[in-house]
Design a protein around this ligand. Structure first.
Ligand SMILES: Cc1cc2nc3c(=O)[nH]c(=O)nc-3n(C[C@H](O)[C@H](O)[C@H](O)COP(=O)(O)OP(=O)(O)OC[C@H]3O[C@@H](n4cnc5c(N)ncnc54)[C@H](O)[C@@H]3O)c2cc1C
Length: 334
């Protein structure tokens, strides 16, 4: 019996986008294995419409374990639940997102069920003939792509980079089973309770969820010039990204880094200023809807993949963009 499972993530009763990305990955694997795809939801207050949305986006079954004590992620309790489910249903593959939740929970679970785990995969496939999961991720500082297998232990576990694939389109005609799994008290570890979040802990750079990312590279020349990008990002409710070069120079912190050894993003609009477009940077932006490149070098690689390339001095272009945005704001809504 082989099942493919994905772990859905929720926050305050809302399923996160990454839950649907994982289903797209899982669907391809389940189809290759000719087996069912199930999604596991652990949390509280996730309504029926959202659980049904998991079916519409690829799940055959949804196991929902909901209880006020599960509202916030705590590693011990979530791990108890997953281990219990794995032992009961024995899935062949278990995928979670390489988010802080997935990266914390999956190693804990893997150790307890005596299996392996490949972290931060960018590609997954089924090996023809053996049916084993091929788990591919950058290795040795991103210089090679390593493909890892778990031949002897089950489930085959992997975390997957958020935004490294798109969700399947919703198909409201898909039917599946939503199974409410009761929570057994003995699985709740009440030694850890979440009492609230510190504001500064929430003040992270949410690049992966941003609809607009304005990124800067070495061409920005110094840290203070990133204020130009911040202004634009603020005006659009977006986030500021950076190349590794800019981060290495200390102009922005690592959470802003986009690319192979940083974050993978897929905003609706990506603007890259003073960025040459090295292959490692492009790896992080290739699923963006619209790419705009601002570079004085007409032969810059980023221009070649961009939907719009602006050849010119980035400071002139950014100031002009800011001026026009300001004008629009003063004119008010048209
Ligand atoms: C293993 C490995 C992993 C890596 N991971 C990453 C990663 O995750 N992310 C990443 O970004 N890089 C990564 N890199 C580094 C990558 O190879 C490049 O070195 C880096 O992306 C270059 O950054 P840049 O575009 O800011 O700088 P440069 O390549 O130096 O480009 C600067 C650009 O600015 C332009 N410019 C200069 N002045 C102006 C101006 N006034 N107006 C307009 N344009 C101007 C120039 O024409 C030039 O094209 C990795 C490298 C390795 C080996």
């Amino acid at each position: 019996m082989s099942f493919v499972w994905t772990l859905a993530e929720q926050h305050e009763g809302r399923l996160k986008g990454v839950s649907f990305e994982l289903l797209g990955r899982g669907r391809a694997l389940a189809d290759a294995l000719d087996t069912k795809l199930a999604s596991v939801v652990i949390g509280d207050g996730v309504d029926a419409a959202q659980l049904e949305a998991l079916v519409h986006r690829g799940a055959d079954e949804v196991y929902a374990i909901q209880d006020p004590r599960l509202a916030s992620f705590t590693c011990e309790t979530y791990s108890n639940l997953l281990v219990h489910l794995i032992k009961t249903y024995q899935p062949s593959v278990l995928l979670a997102a390489a988010t802080s939740t997935g990266r914390t929970l999956m190693p804990h679970v893997a150790v307890r069920v005596h299996t392996g785990l490949t972290a931060d995969c960018t590609e997954l496939a089924i090996e023809p003939g053996t049916g084993q999961l091929l788990q591919t991720r950058p290795a040795i500082g991103g210089n090679i792509m390593a493909t890892i297998k778990t031949p002897d232990h089950r489930p085959q576990m992997a975390t997957v980079r958020p935004k490294s694939s798109r969700p399947l389109p919703a198909d409201p005609t898909r039917v599946g089973k939503v199974i409410a799994v009761p929570l057994d008290d003995f699985l709740v570890d009440d030694r850890v309770r979440v009492t609230g979040y510190r504001r500064d802990a929430l003040d992270f750079v949410n690049l992966e969820e941003a609809e607009v990312v304005v990124a800067g590279g070495r061409g920005m020349k110094k840290a203070e010039h990133f204020d130009l990008l911040r202004d634009l990002a603020d005006a659009w409710g977006g986030a500021v990204g950076a190349t590794r070069d800019a981060v290495d120079r200390g102009w922005l912190g690592y959470p802003h880094q986009v690319g192979l050894s940083g974050k993978t993003i897929s905003p609706r609009l990506y603007i890259g200023a003073g960025i040459s477009g090295a292959i490692q940077h492009l790896a992080g932006i290739k699923t963006s809807d619209t790419i705009v490149s601002i570079n004085s070098d007409p032969d810059a690689s980023l221009h070649k993949v961009a939907d719009f390339g602006i050849v010119g001095d980035l400071f002139d272009v950014l100031r002009e963009l800011r001026r026009r945005l300001q004008e629009r704001r003063e004119e008010g809504p048209s």
